[in-house]
Design a protein around this ligand. Structure first.
Ligand code: NAP
Length: 484
């Protein structure tokens, strides 16, 4: 299969924080890959900005090193790397000062798409937005891209939205949630809305429950002090898992259009019921397997921050009445695996005697690793032993189905940056969506803080705290195994 690469318009992309970790690992190697694929027009430019006093050449050498480290060897073409580096420039700028802004303005070209990627701490977003405006660098067609975390509660998210809105319209603001850039996440919409097969069953009448799992094997080593101020609820649930839930639960938009899609997601967030304390389990990984536990990693002996959370969530609307959505995410778990599993109900009448062999139909959408879909269906067990039933997977690994094309697919950051240049906001969170997500999250966090709840310790390499198992057992259900 030949992958279709449609070049974007010529652009000037300014990356604030171009020497930082995210730019080095994701943004700049991703842009190189798009250049290699022929999607980034030759006369586009990338301008790095940070406080470090670097020359263009020194910055290019940093970017070369980043490409060497983070792009697969078979995608590193020295001639293409040189051509890509020739598109780069660097300006030393202090986001909170006056230095560098005039130099940046002098570099910007008229009549090309202007995008500004704020890959810096959120505390600098307002400073950069106002300086871009005050120095006349951003115009009405410019776009700004802002990174997570977008606030740590409703009040701070509102303040951030207000600071950006002083200088940019909502149509110019691209709030990144890189989960939305994942191939499988978008496929979720294709599967639901481009097939007739699933949508008729996609409701309380036929769905028993939904499980969303984002499991990591890594701990918080190295960034424990930072993580301890946030925790799994703020770091994963309020944004990434909420977006996954929205894509599963939303009504079909009238068109695949940014605001139509985001309107439907917003309705889901607003329909989320408050979560009861008995429907929340929080955990911290303990020491083990030669590594310290969460409390040591967070450098906070009194830490009550969760490295694991499981929640039972209900969407209070006609379609999902009575269908629980079980969410869980955690660090130092058994395997690195992210998936959404939709478990369907029993057929209304059993005609086969083999009740023991019967299992529910489950549609599993795997986000990582091995992106793909799996539909668990019942068939007859082969052989002459009568009508015995067994469950088998209708398994579709995207890598197997798409072959080379799967390897060529851009990663989430690449896709999202190209969408910014195209001016397509469908996969970016709107301000009201982010605020609605915090409005649901805040009381949950305030609740456990007021109660003084402490997370339970769980074994590293396990599936999480015991109580998380009980969260489902008491409903007569069980979590799917966490495995790669
Ligand atoms: P980082 O490694 O600390 O890099 C910060 C960058 O900002 C550096 O280039 C730094 O360079 C620059 N900077 C700091 N203060 C500045 C100032 N006053 N004026 C201009 N530039 C300044 O941070 P990061 O990990 O790349 O994260 C960047 C953003 O992405 C953050 O909002 C983070 O939450 C978000 N994010 C990161 C990741 C990730 O994997 N790293 C994932 C998701 C989201 P100088 O010190 O030279 O100025």
């Amino acid at each position: 299969m030949v992958s279709r690469v449609i070049p974007v318009d010529v652009f000037d992309l300014v990356i604030f924080g171009a020497t930082g970790d995210l730019a080095r690992r994701k943004i700049l190697p991703g842009l190189y890959r798009r250049f290699l694929a022929g999607q980034m027009p030759d006369d586009s430019r990338i301008i790095g900005a940070a406080r470090a006093d670097l020359t263009n050449d020194a910055f290019c050498e940093q970017v070369r090193a980043a490409i060497t480290e983070f792009v697969p060897k078979d995608r590193q073409d020295p001639a293409v790397i040189d051509a890509f580096l020739a598109r780069l420039a660097y300006v030393p700028i202090d986001a909170t000062g006056t230095n560098g802004w005039a130099a940046l303005k002098a570099l910007m070209r008229p009549n090309v798409v202007r995008a500004f990627y704020f890959s810096v701490a959120p505390s600098l977003f307002g400073d950069i937005a106002s300086r871009l405006h005050d120095h006349g660098i951003a115009d009405a067609w410019s776009r700004i891209v802002v990174e997570k975390p977008f606030g740590r509660d409703l009040a701070s998210a509102r303040a951030l939205n207000a600071a950006l809105a002083q200088h940019f319209s909502e149509a110019q603001i691209y709030r990144i949630d890189h989960y939305l850039g994942k191939e499988t996440v978008q496929n979720l919409m294709a599967v639901r809305f481009a097939n007739i097969l699933f949508e008729p069953l996609w409701k309380a009448e036929y769905v028993d429950h939904v499980q969303i799992t984002v499991a990591e094997t890594v701990g918080v080593n190295g960034r424990g002090a930072y993580y301890d101020k946030s925790g799994a609820m703020r770091d994963m649930v309020q944004n990434h898992m909420m977006q996954l839930l929205c894509l599963i639960a939303m009504e079909p938009p009238y068109h695949f259009d940014p605001d139509a899609v985001r309107d439907e997601k917003l309705k889901v967030i607003r329909a989320l019921k408050p979560v009861q304390p008995e429907d929340i389990v929080r955990g911290q990984y303990g020491a083990g397997s030669g590594d310290k536990g969460y409390v040591a990693h967070s450098e906070n002996p009194a830490s009550k921050t969760e490295s694991y959370i499981a929640l039972k969530v209900n969407v209070s609307n006609w379609r999902w009445q009575g269908v629980p959505f079980y969410l869980r995410t955690g660090k130092r778990l058994r395997a690195r695996a992210s998936e959404i599993a939709i478990t369907f109900k029993q057929p209304p009448h059993a005609i086969f005697d083999d009740a023991k062999g019967w299992r529910e139909n489950v549609l599993v959408i795997r986000l990582q690793p091995n992106e793909g879909m799996n539909l668990m269906v019942m068939i007859k067990e082969p052989g002459p032993g009568g009508m015995r039933l067994m469950q088998v997977p209708l398994d579709m690994s995207f890598a197997a189905v798409l072959g080379d094309e799967a390897e060529e697919t851009p990663d989430a950051y690449e896709r999202l940056i190209m969408d910014v240049i195209r001016g397509n906001q469908t996969l970016f969170m709107r301000g009201d969506e982010v605020e609605a997500a915090w409005a649901w999250t805040d009381p949950i966090i305030e609740g456990w803080e007021a109660r003084g709840d402490k997370p339970q310790t769980y074994d590293p390499g396990s599936s999480g705290p015991e109580d998380a198992l009980m969260l489902m057992h008491r409903d007569g259900r069980r979590w799917r195994e966490i495995k790669e």
